[in-house]
Design a protein around this ligand. Sequence first.
Ligand SMILES: Cc1ncc(COP(=O)(O)O)c(C=O)c1O
Length: 408
Amino acid sequence: MTDLAHIRADFPILRQEMNGYPLVYLDSAATSQKPTAVLDAITDFYETANANVHRGAYALSEIATDRYEEARTRVAGFINADRREVAFNRGTTSAINQVAYGWGLYNLKPGDRVLLTLMEHHANIVPWQLVSRHTGAELVYVPHTESYELDLEAYHSLLDERVKVVGITAMSNVLGTINPVRQLADAAHAAGALVVVDAAQAVPHMAVDVKQMDADFLAFSGHKMLGPTGIGVLYGKRELLEAMEPAEGGGEMISDVQLDSSTWAEVPHKFEAGTPPIAEAVGLGAAISYLEKIGMDAVRSHEVDITSYALERLGEIENLTIYGPADMTNRGGAVSFTLADIHPHDLSTILDQRGIAIRAGHHCARPLARSLNVPATARASFYIYNVRADVDALIDGLHEAREIFGVA
Ligand SMILES: Cc1ncc(COP(=O)(O)O)c(C=O)c1O
């Protein structure tokens, strides 16, 4: 176990009270809180280095460009990629849209299949649906097992020559399930398909190595890993990025513009149309430095500790159903549950009155909710700043909800 209790002091928001109680923040799967180091890096950028990047032939613009490009180098190091394989964008959603519209639109055709899992977030479903309208490709889904793992048998049987791209979440934002991406990627590659990994939940919570995963494309968001909103990353293997079309056009992404056609800038710049999120990239760089100082193994081991404690304590509550693997070897810190027939929104409201922030709803994964046969679940999700006392507060709040609703 790694005790990270001392780092709470780095997160100013956690000193706040909410509804008269100390804030207990259990919604990090939606977005994480930000340490002072990140907030300071963003302020410092605006106070000392703010200018547009890659444009001005003056010192301040060069300083801004250097800071932006340093952030790219830091991101690349964090996931073991080459810096030219890292394109900045708005987040996981825009990264996957880039692949769907830049690769899918040009390479899929009627008869082809996009193989997704039923655990996908809408961000790894809807872009493929939109592109399928143009290409005629069909979407096919791999179900999960009763123990909330990916049904590997179904995966292998669905993986035939029609499948041109496989979209997998590395860690489910609802079930917490960690999927065996390398194993899935090996099979996909053997079948001739590309692999797009939604790593929105994985990169913040565990060491991710794109080479070890053998991901063709991988997407994640800065705001879920202590960074600011508005910045995300698309990793792609260099040769694939070079062959892929940009999904957005405009300034900065071109090599030349003629009246009726253009040529593109070198990768990754051809995927960064317009003024990029510069201060946000700098903030993400600072978030990565902060995580690296702690060490991703320590981040994971803290998550294992706090989540096992939460699973154990939730297990003490009668009529509480957890949707996700019981074993920490293949799950992360998102814990979805229902309590008797209390609506998750009511649970969330009762907990909120005690300063406890959890999520209630379908968590942007409606196909999964349908497959679980629940319209909504409550979800508590943990990160490095959570302590066992946060779990205890959650449990007390759930007991209160039982009393209020007269659950036996
Ligand atoms: C697994 C997963 N994929 C994609 C996303 C979308 O991320 P963003 O809204 O930052 O684009 C999320 C966010 O909740 C997520 O949890």
